[in-house]
Write a protein that binds this ligand. Structure first.
Ligand SMILES: [Zn+2]
Length: 247
C-alpha cells in the first residue's frame, strides 16, 4: 500500500479469522511504521439472526475473534455483515442482532479490547439486515458504529443515493471518523442494480461522492472493494486530487 501511494488497508477475514494473534501484532507494527491505517472485515458467514443457535454462537465468536485481531493490529473498526432477516420481521431481527452484538461487546470489555469499534455494515440485498436507519439505531442504542458501504446503499436505493442526506443522518452520532467502502455495482437482466462489484465507472459516480466529501470536510476512510482493488483505489485518489484534496 505504501509503495503504491495508498494510506489505508482493510484486512480481509471474510473466509475466516485465520491470522494468529502474534502475526496481527506484527502487522500492526509494520502498518504503524509505514503510516497505513487499518480496518478489518469479519467473515461473510455471520448471521446473528439465524434460526440455528449454533450459527448465532459461531457468529459471535467470529466477530469477537475479528475484534481481537483488529485490536492487536491497531485497526480502527471491524466491518460486519451482521444478519439476515431469515424469515423474521425487521423489528425481531433488530432485537436479535442487538442482543448478539451486546454479548460480543461485553466479552470484548472483559478481554480488555477497548479501542476497536464494531462497524455494522450497510447492506445491499433485501434479505440482509442493515439499512442505514437500522445501523444508526444500533449505534445509538449500544455504541457500535455504522460501517457505510456506499454501493450497498445505492443498490438498496434502487440505483439512487443522496450523500448529503446520509451525512446529515449520521451527524446525530457525532462520529470522529467514518469507515466506508466504495466500489461500483452492476445491473441484472431486468435492469436493476444488484450487489455485484465491478470496476469503477459511474454506478454510483465517485466524482459526485468526492465533491460532497470535500465540501463537507468529512473525516473518512474509503476502502475500495472492486475486482481491481488497487487500480480503483488509485483512481479514486486521483479524482480526489483533481478536486483539490492533498494527501
Ligand atoms: Zn462488507
Amino acid at each position: 500500500m505504501k509503495e503504491l501511494g495508498l494510506n489505508a488497508m482493510e484486512i480481509e477475514f471474510v473466509r475466516g479469522v485465520k491470522m494468529e494473534p502474534k502475526l496481527a501484532e506484527e502487522v500492526g507494527r509494520i502498518a504503524k511504521e509505514l503510516g497505513v491505517s487499518l480496518s478489518v472485515h469479519s467473515p461473510y458467514y455471520i448471521n446473528l439472526n439465524s434460526q440455528k443457535k449454533q450459527i448465532i454462537e459461531a457468529s459471535k465468536k467470529m466477530i469477537f475473534d475479528s475484534a481481537d485481531r483488529a485490536e492487536r493490529m491497531g485497526a480502527g473498526a471491524v466491518a460486519i455483515h451482521s444478519a439476515y432477516y431469515s424469515g423474521f420481521s425487521p423489528e425481531q431481527t433488530f432485537e436479535k442482532t442487538k442482543e448478539g452484538l451486546s454479548e460480543v461487546l461485553d466479552k470484548m470489555k472483559s478481554a480488555g479490547i477497548k479501542n476497536v469499534k464494531l462497524g455494522i455494515e450497510t447492506m445491499g440485498r433485501s434479505s440482509q439486515f442493515g439499512s442505514l436507519e437500522e445501523c444508526i439505531r444500533l449505534a445509538k442504542e449500544i455504541g457500535v458504529i455504522p460501517y457505510i458501504d456506499w454501493s450497498h446503499l445505492f443498490v438498496r436505493g434502487k440505483g439512487t443515493i443522496d450523500y448529503e442526506k446520509i451525512f446529515d443522518a449520521l451527524e446525530q452520532l457525532k462520529l470522529k471518523h467514518i469507515y466506508s467502502h466504495f466500489q461500483n455495482v452492476q445491473k441484472n437482466k431486468k435492469g436493476e442494480y444488484v450487489d455485484v462489484h465491478v470496476p469503477l465507472d459511474h454506478s454510483p459516480s465517485f466524482e459526485e461522492f468526492a465533491k460532497v466529501l470535500l465540501k463537507r470536510k468529512v473525516d473518512i476512510t474509503i476502502i475500495c472493494e472492486s475486482p481491481i482493488l488497487e487500480q480503483d483505489s488509485l483512481k479514486q485518489k486521483k479524482i480526489l486530487e483533481k478536486f483539490g484534496y492533498k494527501f
